[in-house]
Design a protein around this ligand. Structure first.
Ligand SMILES: CCCCCCCCCCCCC/C=C/C(=O)SCCNC(=O)CCNC(=O)[C@H](O)C(C)(C)COP(=O)(O)OP(=O)(O)OC[C@H]1O[C@@H](n2cnc3c(N)ncnc32)[C@H](O)[C@@H]1OP(=O)(O)O
Length: 270
């Protein structure tokens, strides 16, 4: 089964995460296929709007932690290479598309899955959808551009709390915070998102591109945030807190954090 499907009809590209049995957890195959899909869309001049959606109960639960545990065991330092090789290029490619991008979210939208959704322009969620950052719960800080997209959407104070407390919020709360554009009944959400994307695909594409570019120019550079997140990830991957939290998740038990400083923090302190 393909990790991703991509169709283009009447100017609308529909990119589907297709790993429902794993809650669309991002393994190497899915990350690679997503990046290839967005790059194919970027080079297809016939595309006038994009819909990012997912098969199954959950939109995306972020990095596949089983795969990550194996990478950590092999080489903690190298385990974060995927941030530079996959996550950062993927978020940049989505955010850099000159056409309107709609994300249709159901179920859990977590971690890098939240980063993917917020790289879109319009997020339309099913009322039972939930949103979480999850990073600090596994001893990481943040990635997928969320330190820019969250601050842009909900402000730095709420972003800090969202990252530090690791709470899981409802679609209604996300709408109230200004994190997403619309909430629709569960039975209607996918159709609502597709209808919005089809409307955009039939709209004034040049004007949409200009509007996107103007808003982007008013924000801090996404690339800077992605680079800071990448630099922060590797030292954290080497901490016992991170390794222990990933193991605890896979063992379905609560992690016990020691609070040790990362090697980078230790170096800075000396
Ligand atoms: C060859 C090279 C390979 C290199 C690979 C290296 C990887 C490097 C990683 C880089 C890290 C930086 C980038 C990080 C990106 C991130 O996204 S970090 C955040 C990762 N995501 C999480 O931590 C979320 C963990 N999951 C949860 O918190 C909860 O599951 C949930 C999403 C809030 C949903 O909760 P709930 O509704 O209660 O369902 P659950 O029962 O918990 O889960 C359902 C099943 O899905 C499985 N699952 C959920 N999340 C993941 C995941 N991220 N990875 C793998 N599997 C996941 C969960 O285990 C359940 O499975 P079953 O028990 O089999 O039903």
């Amino acid at each position: 089964m393909d990790s991703v499907t991509l169709t283009v009809t009447d100017g609308l590209a529909v990119l589907t995460l297709n790993r429902p049995a794993a809650a669309n957890a991002l393994d190497l195959a899915l990350k690679t296929a997503l990046l290839d899909g967005v790059r194919a869309i970027a080079s297809d001049g016939s595309v006038r709007a994009v819909l990012i959606r997912a098969e199954g109960r959950n939109f995306c639960v972020g990095q596949d932690l089983a795969e990550h545990a194996a990478a950590l065991a092999a080489s903690p330092e190298r385990s974060m290479d995927t941030v530079a090789e996959h996550y950062n290029p993927l978020i940049s490619a989505i955010a850099g598309l000159p056409v309107p991008v709609v994300a249709s979210v159901q179920g859990a939208c977590v971690g890098a899955g939240l980063g993917i959704a917020l790289a879109a322009d319009v997020v339309i969620a099913a009322e039972s959808a939930t949103f979480a950052t999850a990073f600090t719960s596994i001893g990481l800080a943040s990635d997928s551009g969320l330190t820019r997209s969250l601050v842009d959407a909900i402000g730095a104070v709420r972003t800090r709390a969202f990252l530090l407390l690791g709470e899981r919020i409802s679609a209604a709360q996300a709408l109230d915070w200004g994190l997403i554009a619309q909430v629709a009944p569960d039975h209607d959400a996918a159709a609502t998102a597709e209808s919005a994307a089809r409307r955009l695909a039939a709209g004034p594409t040049a004007a949409f591109a200009a509007a996107k570019a103007l808003v982007t120019a008013s924000l801090p550079p996404l690339g800077d945030a992605l680079e800071r997140e990448r630099a922060a990830a590797a030292p954290l991957a080497a901490t016992a807190d991170h390794r222990g939290a990933v193991a605890a998740f896979l063992d379905k038990r609560r992690p016990a954090f020691t609070g040790e400083a990362s090697s980078a923090a230790r170096k800075e302190a000396t």
